[in-house]
Design a protein around this ligand. Structure first.
Ligand SMILES: [Zn+2]
Ligand SMILES: [Zn+2]
Length: 463
């Protein structure tokens, strides 16, 4: 902890003042006044911190205050944390929190109001009070592209019966600069959230000092600083290519730019802490996260669908539609079977689209940081270890295919018995209902997450 020079109380970073504040003697200080100096007066490269390890999931979080965190932000478990004092390398930069916890709660409530089928416990004040300020580590790359560049261009025009392609080498000089392109440096913080909660305004970043952490937590950078280099380069090439294509002199040409045509130098990689208000909601063996950008107030949250709320709504809608239809025209049985056949096809497509997304999320194949640390933990080069990987369920697919088959058969048979249509429509409705319930259940799987298990190395030094 950082002691108040006047009274020895615990100084915390106070967002409205952007200064260190002592609530005991009501005084405030510049965060940089507390930089730890080595004996010879040179600024220290390390700072002291307490690292908390969650015994349930292995997630690690640190704080300059040594009070315990109460419950784990990653798995939501409320357990006694292992803690150890540690000297850590200072990050290079930090964007201090500028949105207070009240700002954060207000922004969250606004977003929650728009989520129509949200279970009501997600609006519970007790739950919302669980927001905690966590600095998330990012790797930022500063890149330049300069010097001569040669790109292939093509111009096509028609001449009589021929189409003539003209090929050109387009040469020029580049002078581009990309600063602060950032990627999630923590394997605990899901890439999908870290991408959605961006952007942060890196122009507001300031040199790191431990004072900013007081009263907050910070997640640890455990992803290699080189991991995102190729992605950063690819991003820069894409952006530059777009700019080149927009050049007036090149209009009418189609350009073919390869990754290697534009040389991108990464001049500097820095570790930056970005401010995120973070909350987790655990139910049985699933967890949902809600995050608010501590700089801009942007909300990114897992909002599940309450099955009961949804079906109450769907049933209401169905009744209204039915009445409307009956008022306007009478559905002929043979038309209704076509409508139902199309509906079952739609439910099948929805289901297939939904499950492929769930699969990527559940098995975390979409999270590069997680994959890389999992590979480090398995040096034999095995695939990242994922306990009971998600497998697409076959039954909802079978049911909607049967429903479609029924509709097609009956339509082809051109039966004149109305009761066949009624019975079939009923069966199809039940089958579609089953697929939809599976879809919503899976949607809630998609929106919530499996409890994390982090394979952090070096378990022996936990005291
Ligand atoms: Zn004081
Ligand atoms: Zn945990």
């Amino acid at each position: 902890m950082i002691e108040c020079p006047n009274c020895g109380g615990n100084l915390k970073f106070y967002i409205p003042l952007q200064r260190m504040y002592c609530k005991f003697c009501d005084s405030n200080f510049d965060p940089y006044d507390f930089d730890s100096k080595e004996k010879d007066g040179i600024e220290s490269k390390d700072y002291e911190t307490t690292i908390f390890t969650c015994p349930e999931c292995g997630g690690e979080i640190e704080s300059t205050d040594n009070e315990t965190t109460g419950f784990c932000p990653f798995c939501g478990g409320s357990t006694i944390f292992y803690s150890r004092l540690s000297k850590e390398k200072k990050p290079d930069y930090v964007i201090p929190f500028s949105k207070t916890k009240d700002d954060c709660k207000e922004a969250y409530m606004k977003a929650a109001k728009r989520a129509f089928f949200l279970p009501k416990e997600y609006r519970d004040e007790k739950y919302i009070d669980g927001f905690r300020g966590i600095y998330m580590p990012y790797w930022s790359y500063d890149m330049t592209q300069d010097g001569p560049v040669k790109i292939k261009g093509k111009k096509s025009h028609r001449s009589g019966d021929y189409i003539i392609h003209e090929h050109y080498d387009i040469t020029g000089n580049l002078d581009c600069e990309y600063d602060g392109l950032s990627f999630d440096a923590s394997s605990s913080f899901s890439d999908d959230i870290s991408e959605k909660i961006a952007p942060f305004d890196v122009k507001k970043e300031v040199p790191f000092t431990a004072g900013f952490l007081s009263g907050f937590y910070s997640d640890r950078a455990d992803v290699s600083r080189t991991l995102y280099k190729s992605e950063a380069r690819a991003f820069a090439v894409r952006q530059t290519t777009e700019r080149i294509k927009d050049e007036k002199a090149l209009s009418g040409y189609s350009l073919e730019v390869n990754q290697n045509d534009i040389k991108t130098d990464i001049n500097k990689t820095s570790r930056t802490l970005f401010p995120v208000w973070f909350m987790s909601y655990r139910k049985n063996d699933r967890i949902a996260y809600a995050t608010v950008n501590g700089q801009t107030g942007k909300v990114v949250a897992d909002f599940p669908v309450d099955l009961r709320k949804f079906f109450a709504f769907a049933a209401g809608l169905a009744v209204v539609l039915f009445l409307l239809f009956n008022m306007v025209f009478t559905l002929k049985p043979s038309t209704s079977i076509v409508v139902n056949g199309v509906l079952s096809l739609i439910s099948l497509i929805l289901y297939l689209m939904g499950t492929s997304k769930i699969k990527a999320r559940e098995n975390r194949t979409d999270d590069k940081g997680y994959q890389s640390t999992a590979e480090d933990a398995n040096p034999d080069g095995q695939k990242a270890h994922i306990p009971d990987a998600y497998v697409t369920k076959k039954l909802p697919i079978v049911t909607s295919v049967i429903a479609m088959g029924l509709a097609v058969l009956l339509f082809i048979s051109k039966s004149i018995h109305d009761e066949y249509y009624y019975v079939c429509n009923l069966i199809i409705a039940v089958l579609i209902g089953f697929t939809l319930i599976s879809l919503i259940k899976d949607y809630n799987l998609l929106i919530t997450r499996r409890l994390p298990q982090f394979d952090k190395k070096g378990g022996d030094d936990r005291a």
